[in-house]
Design a protein around this ligand. Structure first.
Ligand SMILES: [Zn+2]
Length: 312
């Protein structure tokens, strides 16, 4: 009986211990699970927060990106517009440049003409008369010595305008090729030479000298563009030169070299001077011939228009 009771007690204690242990285990287990759950919960919260933040960030980034794209697109369209503007401006500038170029050409053309005129004595195409003489101080810009072979033997050296002398030489060469015998008697004469010449003529011819030498040819010889020409047979016999083949040749050809007869036969103004030829340029000489006109009957303003091309 005693043993039975002790066994009962031991069993009861054991059962109690087992129950207690189980209880403790359950409690511990429970606690640990609760810990795990709460830590999981925390983690979950963290992830949720993280997710929310990153999705917020993502949204922000997307917003930034799309606004940037919109901005770029706007800039691009602006750039395209600007490009059109620039192109239009460029075309406008090109047009302006072309206009400018045209203007420059026109201006340089005008400058060229003015430059040419500034280097050409306007006196070269002036009409001179008994009352309108060239200024006594006038001296041609250039004077060249006429080669001796063109001068009538026995005459002193002669000078001609430097820009016109080639025309004179060509005329005399071509005349010679055509069998003509033309020589220069007299060309450039300064004011002083003219004065002394007038004195000589006056002594020889009396007041009749005024009729041809001293008055009419006066200024034209001072220009340097005028020559008295004759054949060697006639020489200085002057008026009889009109009967020569050489004179006829000059009437037919002198204009091709820019020469005109200042005082033709029956000119109504002055005594006929068949020996006295003046260089006025090929254009003017040719036009006068075509119009069957005389230099001294043409209007001075019309004549002046030829000045710019006198040496062309
Ligand atoms: Zn003369």
């Amino acid at each position: 009986m005693e043993i039975k009771d002790r066994t009962k007690n031991i069993l009861a204690i054991s059962a109690f211990v087992v129950i207690l242990a189980t209880l403790v285990f359950v409690i511990i287990q429970n606690r640990s699970q609760a810990n795990t759950i709460s830590s999981l919960q925390e983690e979950l919260n963290y992830f949720a927060a993280e997710n929310a933040s990153s999705s917020r960030n993502f949204r922000t980034e997307r917003e930034i990106a799309s606004s940037t794209i919109a901005e770029l697109a706007e800039r691009l369209s602006m750039t395209a517009e600007e490009l059109e503007d620039v192109e239009r401006d460029l075309r406008h500038e090109e047009d302006k440049n072309e206009d400018f170029e045209d203007q420059i050409k026109a201006i340089s053309g005008t400058v060229g003409i003015l430059d040419k005129l500034s280097k050409t004595d306007e006196e070269l195409l002036q009409k001179y008369s008994r009352t309108y003489f060239l200024n006594e101080n006038f001296v041609p810009m250039k004077l060249s010595k006429i080669e001796t072979k063109y001068i009538l033997p026995g005459r002193q050296e002669q000078y001609f305008h430097g820009d016109a002398i080639d025309f004179l030489n060509d005329m005399l060469d071509d005349a010679e090729n055509d069998g003509m015998d033309l020589k220069v008697l007299s060309a450039y004469r300064s004011f002083d030479e003219q004065q002394s010449l007038k004195g000589q003529y006056t002594q020889v011819y009396g007041s009749g000298a005024n009729a041809f030498s001293a008055d009419q040819g006066y200024s034209e010889h001072q220009l340097g563009t005028t020559v008295d020409i004759s054949d060697q047979v006639t020489g200085g016999a002057y008026t009889s030169f009109a009967q020569t083949e050489e004179y006829k040749w000059l009437l037919e050809n002198a204009h091709k070299y820019g020469f005109i007869l200042s005082y033709p036969e029956d000119n109504g103004f002055y005594v006929f001077e068949p020996w006295h030829w003046r260089f006025v340029g090929i254009d003017l000489a040719s036009d006068l011939r075509r119009e069957n006109a005389d230099f001294y009957t043409w209007d001075q303003r019309t004549i002046d228009e030829y000045l710019v091309k006198i040496f062309d």
